[in-house]
Design a protein around this ligand. Structure first.
Ligand SMILES: Nc1ncnc2c1ncn2[C@@H]1O[C@H](COP(=O)(O)OP(=O)(O)OP(=O)(O)O)[C@@H](O)[C@H]1O
Length: 309
């Protein structure tokens, strides 16, 4: 991958008591979180949770009703050179259908006061050199996403905000985006990506901020959240008795939680499969299958956000 360059320091995004109301709708409700430089932060929440509104407040498109969000301690409009500090990509970004990729970038470079040479650099970085002269009307979703990203990177920003960047990307495009974002974070940049599908960012984010109906649900390193949800699937004709036994069993070190997921199936958090099998045997209960589940963040996410999918 071609080197990107970065001058200047590392910038933290900080939201404090951030609130936005549209008439009767409270889209963002008293949010407080930080997004650290040098890391990729996933901003998660079901549709309508308030992610886009929050990100648009970061770049001054929307004015908070109360509270604040700052970048390196400053509100967006207080930044010395906003477009060289923050690059943002929103889903709705559109291109003039008759413009070529190069035309598009040149227009934005001129508007942002960025050198024209940046255009060819970015076309190459985004693997769009071959399509530089083609009209954007014929671009695939992946090409559009890359052109969006190129537009956001024109000013070599230290902070990158991407709203649903994986939308419409195929697996190769998603893998490319992942390694590209990792590269940018590795240079000390601050990378925030939103998604309503946890799986999309599960493999890329270092930290996650989860919101629901505009409110904070969780903010933590991804590894910490994953660590909270190990589970074992238990298949047993004595499922009810196994569940009762587990809940009543006061055994050390485990905090046991049992979910009944079918007449003969349980999901159990706490004991590992071997301990579970031993316990069931000691109580003369039949176990027909024990399957350890991967730390299931998607489940945790659904539990946290209460969303139905
Ligand atoms: N300009 C507006 N006027 C009125 N309501 C708005 C406006 N913008 C957003 N909302 C409402 O605010 C809430 C949050 O919307 P927002 O787009 O920020 O959510 P989101 O998490 O980005 O959702 P999605 O994943 O669907 O993009 C929604 O109820 C939405 O309808």
């Amino acid at each position: 991958m071609t080197e990107t360059t970065m001058t200047g320091g590392r910038l933290r995004i900080e939201a404090r008591n951030l609130t936005k109301r549209f008439g009767d709708i409270t889209a963002v409700d008293d949010l407080g979180f930080t997004v650290e430089p040098g890391r990729i932060t996933g901003f998660l929440g079901p549709n309508g949770a308030g992610k886009t509104t929050t990100m648009r407040m970061m770049i001054g498109h929307i004015t908070p009703t109360s509270g604040s969000v700052t970048i390196g301690g400053k509100r967006y409009h207080e930044l010395a050179d906003p477009s060289a500090t923050v690059g943002a990509v929103f889903d709705a970004a559109s291109f003039h259908p008759d413009h070529s990729a190069r035309d598009h970038l040149r227009v934005y470079a001129a508007m942002g006061g960025h050198p024209d040479g940046r255009v060819d650099e970015l076309l190459s970085l985004m693997d769009l050199t071959g399509a530089a002269r083609r009209r954007t009307r014929g671009f695939s979703t992946g090409m559009r996403q890359r052109l969006n990203l190129a537009t956001a990177l024109l000013g070599d920003p230290r902070v990158l905000l991407l709203d649903e960047p994986s939308n419409g990307l195929d697996p190769a495009g998603t893998a490319w985006l992942r390694s590209f974002l990792r590269h940018l974070a590795g240079e000390g940049r601050t990378v925030l990506i939103s998604s309503h599908v946890l799986g999309e960012i599960q493999q890329v984010a270092d930290d996650v901020v989860v919101i629901r109906q505009g409110r904070m649900v969780a903010a933590a390193p991804l590894a910490e959240l994953s660590g909270t949800a190990p589970a074992v699937l238990v298949h047993s004709p004595d499922a009810e008795a196994v569940a009762r036994m587990l809940v009543q069993q006061p055994f050390a070190g485990y905090e046991t939680r049992v979910e009944r997921i079918g007449p003969e199936q349980l999901r159990v958090w706490g004991p590992d499969p071997a301990s579970l099998a031993d316990l069931a045997a000691a109580h003369r209960l039949r176990i027909h299958g024990l399957t350890p589940e991967e730390p299931d963040l998607e489940r945790l996410f659904l539990d946290l956000t209460g969303s139905m999918r």
